[in-house]
Ligand binder design. Sequence first.
Ligand SMILES: [Zn+2]
Ligand SMILES: [Zn+2]
Length: 296
Amino acid sequence: MTKSQYGKKVVKSVVLHRTCRTCQYWQKSRPGIPVRTHRCVKNHIGSARMIEAKAGCKAIQELAAEGTPVEILEGDGDSTLISRLREHHNIKLKKKLDKNHVIKNIVKKLHEIAAEKGTKLSKSVIGHLKRVIQYVFAKNKGDPAGMEENLKAVVPHQFGDHSLCTPRFCGYKRAPTVRYAHRSLPYQLPLSDPLLRKRLDEFFVPIIAKAATYTDLGSSQQNEHANREVTLRAPKHLHYGGSESLDFRVSATAAFINEGREYIPKVSLLSSKCWFLLIFKFSFIFYHITVFLSGC
Ligand SMILES: [Zn+2]
Ligand SMILES: [Zn+2]
């Protein structure tokens, strides 16, 4: 079974264009003359940042109109789209955070702490904290109390304070008589910088407060896969957004994800050029048969 048969499908694709190549060319090269009639692609006025929210709104509204209302929105924590839908269209959606984006945001803030003057936080320690958080999220799925307890113990554990730890995730608590080595920390010793402890404690306060939301994290891996497939057909360094080319490329990506590679012969069979070739081929065979019959 191929991935196109069992994988998740693209149900909607929306393309918004901020520029139109034909309009641009006409305005630049023939100023004062009205733009020739053409299939203008420009369908967005405003900042590029608003495109995501506007396209999302359009897709959700169209899906609802077609009888497929959206209930849960998985995303990177940016709530512009949800608030826009609620304010302008009175559509209420449940928000689901994406695991990869949550971890990415935490790591980004850890790097910001590392850049602060006076704090000693190396890249290897950040990498270790990232792995710890990934582990905590994976082990406490659907368990808000366990998640909160686990998150509260993360920072003290790294500093050798195991008072909040439980044997479930702490090697020291499992065997207190044996010397516990922090295998992933420098020199296998706990962290000791008091300033770093203070900053990390402060940083973890909002994370612990949101512990319940992290118990049900979604995955936008399929979205990322679709994005990657689009960038293969419409690379960012080549500007396809000025013409319909981008629409065709996005549609081709959706067809590829939903149907697999077979979409190419299917589409070409439907195209008029191919029909013409088929008719030509059949008439050629018919001609040969007629010639053969008349020869008899
Ligand atoms: Zn135009
Ligand atoms: Zn511990």
